[in-house]
Design a protein around this ligand. Structure first.
Ligand code: SDX
Length: 439
């Protein structure tokens, strides 16, 4: 749970005054360790009979958390206080998983034990393979992820008691460990190749690439460059405050649902093209644009209020400056493409020209629409041989760590209660039923 010491009952308060009656209500201002203060409105309805109104939660803090912090104006992202670019440069994904889950960087013995735990949970119950057979071969892998991850609760009953801290951690380790296996199986199923079992002698990222691309017919050598790039992509996608899918996991968890069901709900939410589905949408958009001379046409479509089209990979609810993840990915993009000898990848050149034009356009400048994490990830993943339909699956794989960390933080908070927002009702007032022959 976020430590109470982080929430300072500051001496500050804010007063809300009813313009008609002149009645006022004073609300406490709470201060975190860093970032915007919050106005504690928990007593508002009880004292005024009024709700606050904030569709999309643009100005609403849904919880207290000590896991991730974003400074949208400065383009800063911290995991447990550590800047994302330092972690991407110096750490590895299993260590970042430990950091997000437990709050501190592990000592060597702690890291070895954690890596061993995750490694030895990477296999799936053999019967789960039958779930895949129920899908059409052309099923979107995210549909498979939603179904199979939700079904895990039917196989791992011994880690579904959310009131047992040990079971919560076992479920967390199982989810982190099994997501790469399930993701790779979804891919293998879609191309009609046999599933590859995890290998305990490989690192997390190496094992994922091995399960994705190895075939029984020959030895598969994992490229260290691709494994390093994959590991970095996992780190960059691991957590991100109370984004839509994390909020979904918290809301599902607040009802007491088991962890596997909560993560399946997070996967479903992440799938949307406005959220995690954007990386797949970016690549489809770049392919639709096709050439540099068509960029202005699409930029104008994105600016046209009457056109629902938006430039995928641009804009963010919180970042009003560069998304630091996009900055890291942009650099990695060049390294990976150079290593793979696809430096002149036309989509990369198109993406860089689109970024240049968009960032010079006054609409994008005025609305502070910068490339986000999804803008470059698709280009790297495609260069690595990952099919477009698997991009959001990889996002879900990496974000599972953030989801389980946030879920544990919420369940471990003794003050947490079921999430149940209210509404501004604008429908019909009470009326009497009219039989059909009298309507
Ligand atoms: C992720 O929340 C997270 O942290 C998410 C994420 C994570 O790690 O979990 O960071 C991952 O989801 C990244 C975002 C990926 N989505 C996309 O790339 C899709 C394209 N982006 C947009 O859909 C949009 O920018 C959002 C959804 C990301 C943010 O939407 P907001 O915060 O609700 O902002 P908005 O829609 O109110 O936009 C503000 C203005 C609007 O114009 P006005 O109504 O003020 O005139 O900017 C415009 C929008 O029309 N705008 C865009 C645009 N994004 C916003 N116009 C054109 N192209 C865009 N991409």
């Amino acid at each position: 749970m976020a430590s109470d010491k982080a929430t300072v009952d500051s001496a500050k308060s804010m007063t809300l005054t009813d313009g008609a009656s002149g009645e006022s209500i004073e609300m406490q201002v709470l201060q975190g360790t860093v970032g915007p203060e919050v106005v504690d409105i928990r007593k508002l309805y009880g004292q005024t009979g009024r709700f606050t109104y904030d569709p999309g939660f643009v100005s609403t803090a849904s919880c207290e958390s000590a896991i991730t912090y974003i400074d949208g104006d400065e383009g800063v992202l911290l995991y447990r206080g550590y800047p994302i670019d330092e972690l991407a440069e110096n750490s590895d994904f299993p260590e970042v998983c430990y950091l997000l889950l437990y709050g501190e960087l592990p000592l060597k013995a702690e890291k070895d034990k954690f890596v061993h735990n995750i490694t030895y949970h990477s296999m799936l119950h053999e019967q789960l393979q039958r779930f895949f057979q129920g899908f059409r071969r052309d099923a979107h892998p995210m549909a498979i992820m939603c179904g199979v991850v939700g079904a895990l609760s039917a196989f791992y009953h011994d880690s579904t008691d959310i009131n047992d801290e040990h079971q919560r951690m076992v479920a967390s380790h199982r989810l982190i460990a099994k997501m790469p296996t399930i993701a790779a199986m979804a891919y293998k199923y879609s191309i009609g190749q046999p599933f590859a079992y995890p290998r305990n002698d490989l690192t997390y990222a190496e094992d994922f690439l091995h399960m994705m691309f190895s075939v029984p017919a020959e030895e598969y050598k994992v490229s260290p460059t691709l494994a390093k790039a994959m590991d970095k992509i996992f780190i960059l996608h691991a957590d991100h405050e109370q984004n839509a899918s994390t909020s979904t996991v918290r809301l599902a968890g607040s009802s007491g649902a088991n962890p596997f069901a909560c993560i399946a709900a997070g996967i479903a939410c992440l799938w949307g093209p406005a959220h995690g589905g954007a990386n797949e949408a970016v690549l489809n958009m770049l392919e639709e644009i096709g050439s540099v001379d068509r960029i202005p046409e699409f930029v104008n479509k994105a600016k046209d209020k009457d056109d629902p089209f938006r430039l995928f990979g641009f804009g963010h609810r919180v970042y009003k400056n560069h998304d630091p993840r996009a900055t890291v990915l942009r650099k990695s993009c060049h390294e990976v493409l150079d290593e793979l000898g696809v430096r002149d990848e036309p989509l990369l050149e198109l993406a860089m020209e689109l970024e240049r034009i968009a960032l010079e356009d006054e609409y994008f400048v005025e609305k502070k629409l910068y490339p986000n994490v999804d803008f470059y990830s698709g280009i790297i993943l495609r260069a690595m041989g990952i099919p477009t339909s698997m991009f959001t699956v990889l996002f879900a794989l990496a974000r599972t760590t953030g989801w389980v960390a946030q879920w544990n933080e919420m369940i471990g908070d003794p003050t947490q209660k079921i999430g149940r927002p209210r509404q501004l009702y604008t429908g019909a007032t009470q009326r009497t039923y009219v039989p059909v022959d009298k309507r």
